[in-house]
Design a protein around this ligand. Structure first.
Ligand code: HEC
Length: 116
């Protein structure tokens, strides 16, 4: 029983720790502009529900022409590419912040999925 429980914890912990990490990175690097819970009250658009949303598609937010020119939706791959190099993904974007570390980006993308 003890062993089964330990196995269960070992199996469930990584996924949970991963999302928690993303939350910490978000708090440190993104929340200043996008709000603590993705509500977007500090200059950046709301990121609540951003995963799967049309790129630059949030109604009422004044997106740059650069981001509006991008077709498609925010898939995990698009989010990763934008965060890796915002101006390369969407030349002319207003966002200059990102995350150069691939593991940090993966954690961030996992966390963004939880913002609903
Ligand atoms: C200095 C302020 C600032 C910081 C810090 C910042 N952003 Fe942004 N973000 C913006 C602005 C401004 C836009 C709108 C960009 C545009 O219109 O070109 C944006 C746009 C976005 C979008 C596109 C939203 C949409 O609806 O199309 C995503 C996703 C995003 N940011 C994620 C992040 C993440 C994740 C972080 C943390 C690593 C972060 N941002 C840090 C200001 C910021």
């Amino acid at each position: 029983m003890k062993l089964a429980l330990a196995t269960l914890i070992a199996l469930t912990l990584p996924a949970a720790a991963f999302a928690a990490d993303g939350k910490a990175v978000y708090a440190a690097r993104c929340a200043a502009c996008h709000g603590a819970t993705g509500q977007g009250s500090f200059g950046g658009p709301a990121l609540k529900g951003v995963t799967g949303r049309k790129i630059a598609g949030l109604p009422g937010y004044a997106f740059s022409a650069g981001l509006k020119a991008k077709a498609g939706t925010w898939t995990a791959a698009n989010l990763d590419a934008y965060l890796a190099a915002p101006a390369k993904f969407a030349p002319g974007t207003k966002m200059f912040a990102g995350a150069s570390d691939a593991a940090e980006r993966a954690a961030l993308v996992a966390f963004l999925k939880t913002l609903k």
